[in-house]
Ligand binder design. Structure first.
Ligand SMILES: Cc1cc2nc3c(=O)[nH]c(=O)nc-3n(C[C@H](O)[C@H](O)[C@H](O)COP(=O)(O)OP(=O)(O)OC[C@H]3O[C@@H](n4cnc5c(N)ncnc54)[C@H](O)[C@@H]3O)c2cc1C
Length: 458
């Protein structure tokens, strides 16, 4: 006999647990299914552990630069990777335990451990149990993809999950993939003491950003001694006496890179391939993402898809926002929509990149009349005082509506400061609101009115 619920949630990532809590509080009988570590990617192998490692790496960097600030650390700076990993495991573990005890403590929810597969549009099998519900929410996330790189089966390599077990400093880490995940690992391992080479197929790092942003990020990384090989069109790997040789076949420079260890950071794929979605009739796009409408409904009535698996976002905040949209529609009669949100994210290298809305390139392409304001961090006093002068502020506005279209803040505090622009964008207020605001001195944010007072046509 199937076990009957009001709702089944598959996955305990960034949307599922919050939805389980809302539905349970509304008196619905909920099953939540998890096949791996509770908390999903962000908690176990994504945001939380990586940002914890980034913080350790920043401490190492600060200690090495101490003399610049007139401070002596009394000897060479060393990194104890076992302690770094223990700190990371502890912080990540606390989050995992927190999510698990919250879920297990919910009055109307049951946690089912195991791999969930649809048997029909209303039934999900988990091991020996058959669960049934009128409403099913898919929050299965994604995993690191492994591209068909020639030679890969002959060499050992890490991805973002397996590198979490590392408790030593690899002598020379070669990272294939010069985008968000790859660059965070590149800088942290360089700061831990590894030689690091980043190999990227595209002509520039994080190619979806504006060219000036890509170039400034490359500069930040190269100043710390990270080697960057872009335009690597024919990546191949092989064992070598030192560990691994990565053929890059770049147009310029050495044809290959020798390293001791290899990290693949070449994108992610949705966990939709072993979910029995065909039995439920749920439609996928060509890349395996579940297609959803503006309210996260799939092609099958009664089934929703939230988080990374729907291809409408690849961040913790987009997954959580998906939960908010579904809960608002189902429980609050509030017609929230995906299309209400403004793209925003950060790259957590140090200094970080905070991004909101359109890039300058996208704004130009949109055909609008635009104005752009920029200022290098080197001309921002707080950055100078902190000894952190790399990067810049850039804001793009619509010359006619005066709305802010997008912004990039690459520099000290960029991941936080971006929100003052993002919130004005949500308010759909003209940029003149910030231009006339009195901001606190000395901060990076105090220059936002200045930047907005000096807008020019590009
Ligand atoms: C290295 C790295 C760093 C990141 N850093 C950031 C960051 O700084 N900021 C940010 O916003 N985002 C970051 N992300 C992205 C973020 O982690 C994800 O966007 C977020 O976790 C997506 O949440 P989700 O709920 O969609 O799925 P997930 O968190 O992936 O959770 C899905 C869950 O479903 C389970 N599951 C899958 N299939 C089944 C099945 N068939 N049966 C049962 N359970 C199943 C999985 O085991 C998993 O627990 C990072 C990602 C990585 C890899």
């Amino acid at each position: 006999m199937p076990i009957r619920y009001d709702a089944i949630i598959i996955g305990t990532g960034q949307a599922g647990p919050a939805l389980a809590a809302r539905l349970s509080a509304a008196g619905r009988k909920v099953a939540i299914v998890e096949r791996g570590a509770i908390g999903g990617t962000c908690v176990n192998t994504g945001c939380i552990p990586t940002k914890t490692l980034v913080a350790s790496a920043a401490a190492a960097r600060a200690a090495r630069r101490a003399a610049e600030f007139g401070v002596s650390v009394g000897g060479p700076v060393t990194v104890d990777m076992k302690a770094v990993k223990a700190r990371k495991d502890s912080i990540s573990g606390e989050s995992r335990t927190g999510v698990e005890s919250m879920l297990r403590g919910l009055p109307n929810a049951t946690v089912h451990v195991g791999h969930a597969r649809f048997e029909s549009s209303r039934e999900v099998r988990v091991g020996g149990d058959l669960l049934t519900a009128e409403r099913i929410f898919v929050n299965v996330g994604g995993r690191a993809s492994t591209p068909p790189i020639p030679g890969l089966s002959d060499v050992a390599y890490w991805n973002n999950s397996s590198i979490m077990a590392v408790d030593f400093v690899p002598p020379h880490l070669v990272i294939v993939g010069g985008s968000y995940i790859g660059l965070e690992f590149a800088q942290m391992y360089r700061r831990f003491g590894s030689a690091v080479t980043v190999v990227e197929m595209a002509p520039r790092l994080i190619a979806r950003e504006d060219e000036d942003t890509s170039a400034a990020i490359r500069d930040i990384l190269e100043r710390e001694g990270i080697a960057v090989r872009t335009g690597a069109e024919c990546i191949a790997v092989a064992k070598s006496p030192s560990g691994v040789r990565v053929g890059v076949n770049c147009k310029a420079g050495d044809p290959s890179v020798e390293g001791t260890h290899l990290l693949l950071a070449v994108g992610r794929r949705p966990n939709t391939d072993d979910l029995g979605l065909e039995k439920a009739g749920v439609a996928l796009d060509a890349r395996g993402y579940i297609t959803v409408d503006d309210a996260l409904r799939t092609s099958v009535d009664g089934i929703w898809a939230l988080g990374d698996c729907n291809g409408r976002g690849a961040f913790t905040h987009t997954a959580y926002n998906d939960f908010e949209i579904v809960a608002a529609n189902l429980l609050d009669a509030d017609p929230r929509r995906i299309s209400d949100r403004i793209e925003a994210y950060a790259l957590f290298i140090d200094p970080p990149l905070g991004r909101a809305g359109m890039t300058e390139a996208a704004a130009r392409k949109s055909g609008r009349r635009i104005l752009v304001g920029t200022r290098p961090m080197a001309r921002i006093k707080r950055a100078v005082e902190k000894g952190d002068t790399l990067g810049f502020v850039k804001v793009v506005v619509d010359a006619d509506s005066k709305e802010i279209l997008g912004a990039a803040i690459l520099g000290v505090g960029g991941d936080e400061i971006i929100h003052s622009l993002l919130d004005v964008m949500y308010a759909r207020a003209p940029y003149t609101v910030i231009q006339r605001a009195m901001h606190i001195h000395p901060t990076v944010s105090e220059y936002l009115p200045t930047v907005l007072g000096d807008l020019r046509a590009p």
